[in-house]
Design a protein around this ligand. Structure first.
Ligand SMILES: NC(=O)c1ccc[n+]([C@@H]2O[C@H](COP(=O)([O-])OP(=O)(O)OC[C@H]3O[C@@H](n4cnc5c(N)ncnc54)[C@H](OP(=O)(O)O)[C@@H]3O)[C@@H](O)[C@H]2O)c1
Length: 343
């Protein structure tokens, strides 16, 4: 193995996973980078120029056992850059690519490093006209918002009498979903957030109305609530998802993708058998590479959420720990790209 001095961020993890004060300390690693003769055929070496921070990365960074499947781990489920060595006929040196696989940043080291050998079927081409920074500005959040919207389209929940609802609106998936639905697809969208100071930003992204989470969530045990929504996208889970399902109108679809607000869901069958509501689970990793490629091309063109991209913050590896805690403590909004130093 050659010891290319590769900057990365890993975290010294306290053995007590429940003690947030003692969890992380950034350190710079010199990760070994195998030479081409040391890796099997089919591997491709990517010089990563950009990654990002998703909620899942923040959980990985604090060693959440459901996400960080090995320790130490270099987090970063998104990565984009250029092929610099290839043992695959499918990817030539110099090709701009994204890395997309569910093990990246969870069971295998992820994108908060400069160089990664990955199997060739983990790669996607960068959509035409899209830079690595933009690809990571959208990242897993963008593709999750897109698959959630696709579910609403397939279940005929657009252009209905009622508006759509998006929860966790200030976050990555929520903000991107609002802009695409409102500005690219012309839908009426109500945003639910815990952050009153985000109201004007969310209206600017195209939401017609912003509700505070405390005002939206219904803690009663009523099986059904008045119909208010054509359906929506829930990025939070818990009481917000429960309330959305109970207040969705006839035959509306709710795409559920997140769980920062809770994993339990207690519902009666009434929304499903009296209103025909569809609860559709989103797992962005279960799509094939050709399906992902098509969806990325849509995100880069008709569905391009240019406003969220413009607002996206770019940080260096040294700022990653602060941002991790901002996500864990819900003190952030929008998207954040991590720019790797050029190797
Ligand atoms: N299923 C999939 O394939 C998939 C893929 C990507 C992401 N996800 C999930 O989708 C969710 C959003 O991801 P993201 O990267 O967009 O995260 P994010 O940027 O951190 O956004 C999450 C948003 O949820 C709300 N929130 C955060 N902590 C909360 C808490 N404790 N209780 C209630 N609400 C809370 C906040 O919105 P407000 O303050 O505005 O309410 C926050 O901005 C995460 O749960 C993530 O794991 C799933």
């Amino acid at each position: 193995m050659s010891q290319i001095p590769q900057v990365s961020v890993s975290f010294e993890v306290n053995t007590d996973r429940n003690d947030p004060e003692a969890i992380v300390q950034q350190r710079v690693l010199e990760l070994p980078v195998p030479t081409p003769d040391q890796v099997p055929d089919g591997q491709v070496l990517v010089a990563i120029s950009h990654s990002s921070i998703n909620y899942k990365d923040a959980l990985a960074a604090v060693a959440h056992p459901g996400v960080a499947r090995k320790l130490p781990l270099v987090p970063g489920i998104d990565a984009a850059g250029t092929v610099v060595a290839s043992k695959s006929t499918r990817w030539a040196i110099g090709t701009p690519v994204m890395i997309s696989d569910e093990s990246f940043g969870t069971t295998q080291d992820g994108g908060w490093r400069q160089l990664a050998w990955v199997p060739h079927d983990w790669l996607l081409p960068l959509p035409p006209g899209m830079t690595p920074a933009q690809a990571c500005g959208l990242g897993t959040a963008g593709i999750t918002a897109a698959w959630s919207i696709q579910a609403l389209i397939e279940h005929r929940s657009l252009n209905r009498e009622y508006p759509l609802l998006v929860t966790g609106a200030s976050g990555g998936v929520g903000s991107l979903a609002i802009e695409i639905l409102a500005k690219r697809l012309g839908q009426r969208v109500t945003a639910v957030t815990s952050k009153i100071l985000q109201e004007s930003r969310l209206l600017g992204l195209g939401a017609e109305n912003v509700l505070l989470r405390a005002d939206f969530e219904d803690n009663t045990t009523r099986s059904l609530l008045s119909m208010r929504w054509a359906g929506g996208i829930d990025t939070v889970g818990g009481t917000g998802l429960n309330t959305l399902v109970r207040s969705t109108a006839d035959a509306g679809c709710v795409a559920a993708c997140g769980m920062a607000g809770g994993t339990d869901l207690i519902l009666s069958v009434y929304p499903f058998i009296l209103r025909g509501v569809i609860l559709y689970g989103i797992d962005c990793t279960r799509y094939s590479q050709p399906e992902k490629t098509v969806m990325w091309q849509r995100l880069a063109s008709d569905w391009l959420p240019s406003q969220v991209l413009q607002e996206t913050q770019t940080i260096g590896l040294d700022q990653v720990p602060d941002r991790v805690f901002a996500l864990i403590e819900n003190r952030h909004s929008g998207r954040c790209v991590v720019e790797l130093p050029t190797i």
